[in-house]
Ligand binder design. Structure first.
Ligand code: NAI
Length: 405
């Protein structure tokens, strides 16, 4: 039986997933992107030149124009009602845009996958669905399965690394069903992704929030740019491989606050199993085992991970060809409002103090133009400014669990 798979988004991840999943025999893949003129550009370029997914090394999947098996469109209304599965593949700050667009047209048996979902996707998606009278199943995948970058829009994407294993959560709140055709949603997703990464279920949504690790980019950005003199640079500095001892101090400090929070949760709710939240170093080794050549410290794990080869700080070019940091890039714009502030609220729910997280949030506020912390307390922000549990009416750990009951 053919399954209608809809991918929402038009960036790096959407390119990679469209190329890979469209080769699966029973998948009828459609990409929906409503951003600017992406749909037209992608469809036109692919129609002329075909599509290619290049894997680091020699392997590549080249699809000639006449063999391309997926469509690209900006039409939501005509595609969504017949979708058997919708996979949202965009930065978290656009999840609400896609959820609001697709919710009116979804059929009730169509699960929605956030790939990645990241902290708070489950309660944001459920809230928007509910506002449209829907209760579709939600699957949230912790991170993008690949490190990937578009080489040529609508035509070629490069996969720099593939994760070995990624976690996901599944919320079937009112028993709407987790099946896509004859199979369960997780089996369909695994078939679409191929053998790697292995999808592994987490029952505990709160614990999953910890494992999403929105904790890597903000401390690296902060350490690099907090004392920046404002002068443009000749070349963009390396991002992961360029970390120094100071960045590692913030990365470790932040991880420590997260593990302290996990320990406090474990203490309070021993039956839920919050123990074993890994450190940043362990997380990197788990996800990139073959690609890290020196596993001796967090610093070397970052500096010698070949999946990070050549990845630089997000920069914009000045008129005279120099570079200044781009603080609107997702490393701050996504990972703070859709990451760190969520962890910050969970920490405060179990009374763990978070001086390092707070220091980074206070810096990010100046770049993002939203106030998240006032007098050491989280402010209630609007939904477009981030995904704080309290914005969705969740103020205690008990309410967090109750939300998904
Ligand atoms: P991307 O940066 O390529 O996404 C940009 C795309 O998002 C645009 O092309 C557009 O289709 C959409 N978009 C942006 N602003 C929009 C707006 N205002 N309205 C509607 N659509 C809009 O993102 P990418 O790389 O595909 O990543 C997606 C998610 O995966 C992010 O959360 C990212 O942090 C995460 N991720 C990505 C990795 C990668 O290597 N690409 C690795 C790990 C995680």
């Amino acid at each position: 039986e053919k399954l209608n798979i809809t991918i929402c988004g038009g960036g790096n991840g959407a390119h990679t997933f469209a190329g890979i999943s469209s080769l699966v025999k029973n998948a009828n893949v459609t990409v929906v992107t409503i951003f600017e003129n992406e749909a037209e550009r992608w469809a036109e370029t692919m129609g002329k030149n075909g599509f290619e997914v290049k894997f680091k090394g020699d392997k590549k999947v080249t699809i000639a124009p006449e063999d391309v098996k997926f469509k690209v469109t900006k039409e939501v209304k005509s595609v969504i009602p017949d979708s058997d599965l919708v996979v949202i593949c965009v930065p978290a700050y656009t999840h609400n845009i896609y959820m609001n667009l697709i919710s009116p047209y979804l059929n009730k048996n169509c699960p929605i996958v956030g790939m990645p979902g990241q902290p708070g996707f489950e309660y944001e998606a459920l809230t928007i669905l509910k506002e449209h009278g829907k209760t579709n199943t939600i699957m949230s995948i912790e991170t993008m399965p690949w490190a990937c970058r578009i080489i040529k829009y609508g035509e070629c994407v490069e996969v720099l690394g593939t994760k070995d294993e990624v976690c996901y959560t599944l919320v079937d709140k009112l028993g709407g069903g987790t099946k896509v055709g004859q199979s369960h949603v997780e089996d369909v997703m695994q078939a679409l992704l191929g053998s790697k990464p292995v999808l592994s279920r987490m029952e505990n949504i709160l614990k999953y929030t910890f494992l999403c690790r929105p904790t890597i980019h903000p401390p690296i950005m902060y350490a690099k740019w907090k004392s920046w003199d404002g002068l443009p640079l000749e070349t963009p500095p390396l991002f992961y491989q360029g970390v120094d001892e100071e960045a590692v101090r913030y990365l470790d400090g932040l991880t420590e606050e997260v593990t302290q929070t996990a320990a406090a949760l474990d203490n309070k709710f021993p039956e839920l199993g919050f123990s074993g939240v890994s450190t940043m170093k362990e997380w990197l080794i788990d996800h990139y085992s073959d690609q890290i050549s020196d596993k001796s410290s967090l610093l070397t794990c970052l500096q010698t991970n070949s999946a990070y080869d050549g990845l630089v700080h997000p920069m914009t070019k000045t008129s005279d060809g120099k570079f200044v940091p781009d603080f609107q890039y997702r490393y701050t714009r996504e990972d703070v409002p859709y990451g760190l502030i969520v962890l910050r609220q969970i920490a405060s729910m179990v009374e763990v103090s978070t001086p390092i997280i707070d220091e980074i949030i206070k810096w990010a506020e100046t770049k993002l133009g939203t106030q998240y912390l006032k007098d050491g307390k989280l402010c209630n922000i609007d939904r477009k400014s981030g995904r704080l549990p309290l914005t969705y009416g969740i103020t205690t750990i008990e309410e967090f669990f109750q939300f998904f009951k």
